[in-house]
Each structure stands twice: as C-alpha cells, then as structure tokens.
Design a protein around this ligand. Structure first.
Ligand code: NAD
Length: 498
C-alpha cells in the first residue's frame, strides 16, 4: 500500500460570522432569570474563532440551593398533574424548539463550532425527543394489580422520584439537555440542570423560550463549574436523583458525592466504540460508515466509531478505502457551507489534549496514514486522522481521545475480535460489519456494550434506549426506559379483611 504519511487539509472559513441571539443573563430559577448570588462570571467562546461571545454567571452553592428550593416548592403540584397535562407541555416545548430552530442551531454552532449538518441534526433530535416522550409519558405504567398474599390485593403505583439534578456535557449541549428534560418532566419530577460551563447558551435560550409553558420552579437552570455547582447538586439533601452525562472521572465524583445522601445516580459516561470489520463485510460501506460515525461532531462523540478492528485479510483494502474517504472530508467553520463535515475542538484545552494524544501515537511508533496535525488558527481545528499499525493493547485502543482520530488494528479469528473489542473499561457502543446472518446475530450477544449496531454505526432513535455498561455508566436515556429510570415504583398492599 502506498499512502502519503500526512495529508494537507485546510479550514474553510465563513464569509461572515452570523449574529446570534443570546439568552438573558443570570440563573433561571422559579420561572425567571434572576441575578446569580455569585459575582463571578465566565467567558464563553466560539471555538471556530477563539473569540468570546458571551459571559455567563459562574454560579455558587447559594444559586443551587435557591434552585432546589424552587424545585421543591413546585414538586407536589407538578407531580399531581396528569400524564396528559405533562404530555401537552412537552408537545408545546417541541413546537417552540421547532419554531425557533434556526436561532437555536446558530447559537449552538456559535458556542461549539459544529457544522450546520450536526447542529441541524441536534435540534431535530431534540424536537423528536420531546415529541416521543410526550407520547410515551402517557403509557408509563407498572404491573397490573393482583393478589399475591392471601386476603390481600397489591397495587403498584409508579411515582415521580421527586427533584432531579442534571449535569450535562459540552458536546451536544441542547440535545443532552433535551434527553434529560423530556423524561424527567414527563415522569412528573421537577429539576435543576447545570449545563457545561463551556456551552451554557442553548440551554439558557431554551429556558427563555419555554418559560411561559413550564410552571415556575419545574425546570431550573444554574450555570457554573462542576466543582461548585455540580458538586452541590450531587450532594444536595433535597435532590432525590442526580444524572450526569460526562466523563468517567466526573461521573465517579458525582456518584461519590451522591452517596452522602444515598440518592439515586444515573450515569452516561465516556466510550471507546470498537468497530469490528469481518472479512465478509461490505468494505466500502464500512469505510463510509466510519467516515460519518468516526468524525461526526469532530469525533467529540461518546459513541464515535473510533477504534477499528479489521480482519487481517481485508485490512489493507479497508485502510485504503477509509483513507480515501477521510482525504475527501471538508473542514470548516459554521457558516462555511452545508458540505462542511468537520468543525473545531471545543476549547483550547481540549485541542491541546487531542494533540497530546497524537504525540503519544507518534511516540508509540504507530503509523499516521492521513492527518495527524493541528490546522491553522484561528480556532481549534485538527486534521481528521487515521492511525494504523496499532498492536493489541496499545494505549490508543483503550483511551478516549474524543477528537477526529480513528485507529486501526487487525485480528485473525472471530473469537479474538470479540475478546479484543471487550478489552476496554468502556461499554457504551460498538458495531459489527458483516454479510453473515450468524455473525450478525451471534457477535452482538458476546459484546459488552449497551448499543451494538450491525452494518451501521451511530444511528439513534428516540424509541430505543441509549446507555452503557462497565465504565460507561448505568442508566438509560431515550425510550420508555428513561421514563422508568426517572420514576419509582411503590407497592400498596390492601388487606381485604376476608
Ligand atoms: P466532563 O466530565 O468534563 O463534564 C461534564 C459535566 O460534568 C460538565 O457540566 C461539568 O461541569 C460537570 N462536572 C465536572 N466535574 C464535576 C464534579 N466534580 N461534580 C459534578 N459535576 C462535574 O465531560 P465533558 O468534557 O463536558 O464531555 C465529554 C465527556 O462526556 C466524554 O467522556 C464523553 O464520552 C461523555 N459523554 C457521554 C455521553 C453518553 O451518552 N454516554 C454523551 C455525551 C458525552
């Protein structure tokens, strides 16, 4: 195989940076924006330009306490609404997002550098999350009543948990908020949500847009750091369940803090998704699938198709196909065209982390078949990169790089492929590429991941659960299972006296 060691990409710039409609300043507590109890603020920047676009409150423990008090005050009335009433609120939220989708997409792109296609998909998925949950919340039920002890009838009631704390990441700010707000409210809870300090704008904008539709105190947003606001949410005695989407380290801290009050914990953490390409696979489809799913959102995606395990007999052909796909990728800033596939890293710090990961790759002696470099400033762009000659157990096969970097390993038997795919602390997602029906049905059962695609990767639907095993956490987003996770069952047993 003759491949140039690196490929020169360039960043397509937008002719002009779209003006975005910023949300109001302050914390959203009790149905309105109020000044933060903290005087500290934090700059939020556009990672495609490195320029500050807003400054938001760096909230305090007192802000969280006020938000929790508002959520507690609103709890009984909201829990007392019927599923139909809650469903109607969720439908109205979906309609509002749809009516304001251009504004939300532009704001999301300005705060994350996402290409238009990704921002559009995020907003469409957020709308669908609310629509699906609006329907599903009306079907949430439990076992039928029955007699299980002599003379007694058991009724199982499904109740809200109470006040739910939610902590979201920067990679899909609005969508991850939607994945939580819809089932948490749909199941009858009130909530306090902390967006990532790097990407709070679309969540605050959503609060502004829906303020008149959601009763005061049902949804509260507090901006600020993980160490202060996130920590207080995790340990607050009046929060009954805390849910975080983020890194494994943050999930561990949340779970540890939550243990002081023995609150329930819902964890959606990192991933390192293996992509097993068997010798009978459609290699063109697999290479195209990895182009889309390995580099979606610039690889800043917990389910990214970032670790290829390809059968040794087709490894060379597959690598050539993938490198060809990657060379054709269009890199650019938001607004630089609808064909842009790859945007920047979220921040200077994350850009440095990904570049350090590429240095490690070089130090380990792997081959960089394409990409591997930072791109020109402004902004935090990195070339889409394919790393080859990766032996079993190399650090890149286990560490989440969370950037536009895909590695390729080879295997010789099916058993080896499965064993090596499972050799990771993560268990979020995986895919299998094969033409064989027996492999299609058999291999997913042996893979230790919450989602396994066959001849596909990163396709998500609101009806089906999303969530991991092992270090990727526990708890399910989307589907009826999320509604179950954000509710509790109570057994009422009646002595019939006869
Ligand atoms: P992060 O862990 O740095 O931050 C996530 C959130 O946790 C932020 O709001 C942050 O402020 C907060 N946080 C940080 N320390 C905290 C603490 N001590 N207590 C409470 N909250 C704290 O993650 P990130 O960099 O924003 O997002 C990237 C990570 O998220 C990746 O590991 C990715 O795989 C994961 N992720 C997982 C899913 C999933 O569905 N499983 C989805 C998206 C992202």
């Amino acid at each position: 195989m003759t491949l140039a060691p690196t490929e020169q990409f360039s960043v397509r710039r937008a002719p002009s940076v779209a003006a975005v409609a910023l949300p109001p300043r302050g914390q959203f507590i009790g149905g309105e924006f109020v000044p933060s109890r903290s005087a500290l603020t934090e700059e939020v920047e556009n990672p495609a330009t490195g320029e500050a676009i807003a400054s938001v409150a760096c909230g305090s423990v007192e802000d969280v306490d006020a938000a929790v008090a508002a959520a507690v005050a609103a709890k009984d009335a909201w829990a007392g609404t019927t599923p139909k009433e809650r469903s109607e609120v969720l439908h109205r939220i979906a309609n509002i997002i749809e009516a304001n989708r251009t504004e939300l997409e532009q704001l999301e792109s300005a705060n994350t550098g996402k290409p238009a296609a990704v921002a559009e998909d995020d907003v469409s998925s957020a709308i669908d999350t609310f629509r699906f949950t609006a329907g599903a919340a009306r079907t949430l039920t439990s076992l039928a009543a029955g007699d299980y002890a002599e003379g007694h009838t058991s009724v199982i009631i499904r109740e809200p948990v109470g006040v739910v704390g939610v902590i979201t990441p920067w990679n899909y700010p609005l969508l991850m908020a939607a994945w939580k707000i819809a089932p948490v409210l749909g199941a009858g809870n009130t909530m306090v949500l902390k967006p990532s300090e790097q990407t709070p704008l679309s969540t605050l904008k959503l609060a502004e847009l829906i303020a008149d539709e959601v009763p005061a105190g049902v949804l509260n947003i507090v901006t600020g750091s993980g160490g202060v606001v996130g920590q207080r949410i995790s340990e607050h005695p009046d929060i009954d369940l805390v849910a975080i989407t983020g890194s494994v380290g943050s999930g561990q801290k949340v779970a540890a803090a939550a243990s002081s009050t023995v609150k329930r914990v819902h964890l959606e953490l990192g991933g390192k998704a293996p992509v097993i390409v068997f010798d009978d696979a459609d290699l063109v489809a697999a290479a195209q699938g990895v182009r889309a799913a390995g580099f979606w959102n610039a690889g800043q995606e917990c389910g990214a198709a970032c670790r290829i395990l390809v059968h040794e007999s087709v490894a060379e052909e597959f690598t050539e196909l993938l490198v060809r796909e990657v060379r054709a990728m269009v890199i650019g800033a938001p607004g630089a065209g609808d064909d842009v596939e790859l945007g920047p890293m979220i921040s200077a710090a994350h850009y440095r982390r990904v570049l350090a990961g590429l240095e490690d790759v070089r130090r380990e002696g792997h081959t960089i078949a394409v990409g591997g470099h930072a791109l020109e400033a402004p902004g935090y762009f990195i070339e889409p990169t394919v790393v080859t000659d990766v032996p079993a157990g190399a650090p890149i096969t286990r560490t989440e790089i969370f950037g536009p970097v895909v590695s390729i390993e080879t295997f010789s038997t099916d058993a080896e492929a499965v064993e090596r795919a499972n050799e990771t602390v993560y268990g979020l997602a995986a895919s299998v590429w094969t033409a064989s029906s027996s492999r299609s049905l058999g291999v997913p059962r042996r893979l230790d991941f919450g989602t396994v695609w066959v001849n596909s990767h990163l396709v998500i639907a609101s009806e089906v659960p999303w969530g991991g095993f092992k270090g990727s956490g526990y708890g399910r987003d989307l589907s009826l299972y999320a509604l179950e996770d954000f509710s509790r069952t109570k057994h009422v047993m009646l002595n019939r006296g006869a």
